[in-house]
Design a protein around this ligand. Structure first.
Ligand code: TYC
Length: 108
């Protein structure tokens, strides 16, 4: 166990203090995934991908079609807190509009 200052004794009555090691670890990243269902209108899905995930119309349309044909697609990669907020916003926005559209998240 080392404390935050890592004291070094030099044997000359000088107590030196070495600098802290910087924490170089990247924060973990989380994928937000959108899931297919049989009822949410395609236009509504495109609106969510444009409005919440900041996609251009062409990319939003391709992503929606990928969800529709493959069952799911990635909407973006975020820190835990941002991914959690995007999932919550997408799901509650869909629910408010009476659509079963669901997003979920998983660690990269
Ligand atoms: N499958 C839906 C339909 O045919 C469209 C859809 C696409 C729904 C993507 C959800 O995440 C979704 N109306």
């Amino acid at each position: 166990m080392s404390n935050e200052f890592d004291h070094d004794w030099h044997g000359d009555n000088e107590l030196t203090v070495s600098p802290l090691k910087p924490d170089l670890k990247e924060p973990p990243k989380f994928k937000v995934l959108m899931l297919n269902d049989d009822y949410t209108p395609m236009d509504f899905v495109i609106e969510v991908l444009e409005g919440l995930f900041r996609m251009e119309r062409e990319r939003a349309t391709k992503t929606m079609m990928q969800v529709h044909t493959e069952g799911l697609a990635q909407c973006g990669i975020f820190t835990f807190e941002i991914a959690e907020a995007k999932v919550e916003q997408a799901n509650s926005y869909a629910q408010q509009h009476g659509h079963p559209l669901q997003c979920t998240m998983e660690e990269e």
